[in-house]
Design a protein around this ligand. Structure first.
Ligand code: CAA
Length: 254
């Protein structure tokens, strides 16, 4: 779902019956839309949010993922990485308005945006470990860069889900607003950015992204490889099946 307000384009992940979890059609449509917006000069600023009041996105769709083999999981990871790279590198500002749960792939898409604003009621985290897998859309690289390596490891190793205010203290979000004010406050900044020189903003983004240089691209590729390989493990099957069957997983270490 897409709405345009002057030069600000709001892209809404809308699959509310699954807390906006991204299945194949939803993620493909998001990737395609971001690709179009990257090349659309009239779109000066892109805001990414989730439909409804409960979720930004509760992650990749676990029901879909539970049936994937290693090669399919790698393709699935690559699709999420494409969406993330578009948010990170398109020559205009991208802002996540985190209106509720931003978990797993949802947190990773927010992390790929240039700025993150959250509702006080939002909850963020990388709970993949509880499914016997790891973050697969850039979280192992972008969470340490946005916060600290120690904090990122804590969240990724434990799967702990945190409140917006804690996320703000660690630099995971730029600011926290009352839920009813989140979109207005986000639009305020987005409209301000839409008045700046698009040429200068694109140059500023490219220059800031140079801080990500070094092995960032290679590290993302290594994460994608590791994410896919885990789909050969019994623990990944058990973790995702347990979620679908609404029970605790019993991991065996293989
Ligand atoms: N995938 C598929 N379905 C999901 C989902 C997901 N990630 N998250 C929520 N849903 C579905 C639930 O299965 C449920 O569907 P049914 O009504 O058909 O049973 C519906 O959304 C509502 O969810 P809950 O009943 O669970 O709502 P809740 O308020 O009790 O709990 C929640 C909310 C804590 C977010 C819980 O839904 C949850 O833990 N979701 C999974 C979060 C998660 O593990 N995300 C990471 C996914 S892995 C990933 O993203 C990999 C990657 O890096 C690419």
């Amino acid at each position: 779902m897409v709405a345009q307000d002057g030069g600000v384009v709001v892209v809404t992940i809308d699959r509310q019956d699954a807390l906006n979890a991204l299945d194949l059609p939803t993620l493909t449509a998001l990737r395609d839309r971001l690709h179009e917006l990257a090349g659309d000069a009239d779109a000066r600023v892109v805001v990414l949010t989730g439909a409804g009041e409960k979720a930004f996105a509760a992650g990749a769709d676990i029901k879909y993922m539970s049936g994937l083999g290693v090669d399919e999981a790698k393709e699935w990871g690559a699709l999420g990485h494409e969406a993330g790279r578009l948010l990170e590198t398109m020559p205009k500002p991208t802002i996540a308005a985190i209106n509720g749960f931003a978990l797993g792939g949802g947190c990773e898409l927010a992390l790929a945006c240039d700025l993150r604003y959250a509702a006080r009621t939002a909850k963020l985290g990388q709970p993949e470990i509880n499914l016997g897998i790891i973050p697969g859309w850039g979280g192992t690289q972008r969470l340490p860069r946005a916060t600290t390596l120690g904090y990122a490891k804590e969240l990724i190793f434990t799967g702990r889900v945190v409140e917006a205010e804690e996320a703000e203290r660690h630099g995971l979000v730029n600011a926290v607003f009352e839920p009813g004010e989140l979109i207005d406050k986000t639009m305020e900044t987005a409209r301000l950015l839409a008045t700046k020189s698009p040429v200068a903003l694109a140059a500023a983004k490219t220059a800031c992204n140079r801080a990500l240089q070094g092995a960032h691209g290679g590290n993302l590729a290594a994460e994608a490889e590791g994410f896919g390989e885990l789909f050969a493990s019994e623990d990944a099957k058990e973790g995702m099946t347990a979620f679908v069957e609404k029970r605790e997983p019993a991991f065996k270490g293989r």
